[in-house]
Design a protein around this ligand. Structure first.
Ligand code: AMP
Ligand code: ZN
Length: 109
């Protein structure tokens, strides 16, 4: 499989991992768009929000709860969660991920 994020999940490529459990991985974005920029993703390869199935409902909730957990652990009071969907939505990597942005006021794009 040629998915870059699956390679990071499988430790075939290095990244700065900040959180990991049995279903979710969080690592630092290599080109941060804010002082704090993490990517939160499921270990399961789901290409995008457009590919979600009904059985992924709980998993999506877990991604958001991981965001909350990281914010609490790191004392981050406010943050923005963003999901790009498809090329027209700005998605470059076809493995579903939430952008966790913080550290300065983040405007809507
Ligand atoms: P998106 O445009 O939503 O698909 O976002 C993909 C994000 O992945 C971008 O913000 C990139 O900077 C980031 N990215 C690409 N390659 C890597 C990598 N090897 N490690 C960490 N982040 C990456
Ligand atoms: Zn993948």
């Amino acid at each position: 499989m040629e998915c870059l994020f699956c390679k990071i999940i499988n430790k075939e490529m290095t990244s700065e991992i900040v959180y990991e459990d049995d279903k979710v991985v969080v690592f630092k974005d290599i080109h941060p768009k804010a002082p704090i920029h993490f990517l939160i993703l499921p270990k399961k390869h789901i290409p995008s929000v457009d590919h979600l199935e009904i059985q992924d409902k709980t998993l999506m909730g877990e991604l958001i709860l991981v965001a909350q957990k990281i914010a609490k652990e790191q004392g981050i009071a406010g943050y923005k969660l963003m999901i790009n969907v498809g090329r027209d939505g700005g998605q470059i990597i076809d493995h579903l991920h939430l952008h966790f942005l913080a550290g300065k006021p983040i405007e809507m794009p």
